[in-house]
Design a protein around this ligand. Structure first.
Ligand SMILES: [Zn+2]
Length: 66
């Protein structure tokens, strides 16, 4: 048997196999969602960057070298 701490709240989780913890490495779905949510927010938080919405009409043809 092994024991881990929930990555989110630090609750001790006992398990014999990882499949015993459906939300590994979290204790619950809530902890998992909260943690992933924060991670997502961090990822999406870009410092004053505007969306590159203007597509250039360049012809990107890959010319074979050689
Ligand atoms: Zn937890």
């Amino acid at each position: 048997m092994s024991i881990i701490e929930c990555r989110r709240c630090g609750k001790l989780l006992q398990y014999q196999q990882l499949k015993d913890l459906p939300f590994f490495p979290f204790c619950s779905k809530r902890c998992k969602l909260v943690d992933l949510g924060q991670w997502f927010n961090e990822e999406h938080r870009l410092p004053g960057e505007h969306a590159a919405d203007d597509k250039e009409d360049n012809d990107e043809t890959t010319a074979p070298r050689g």
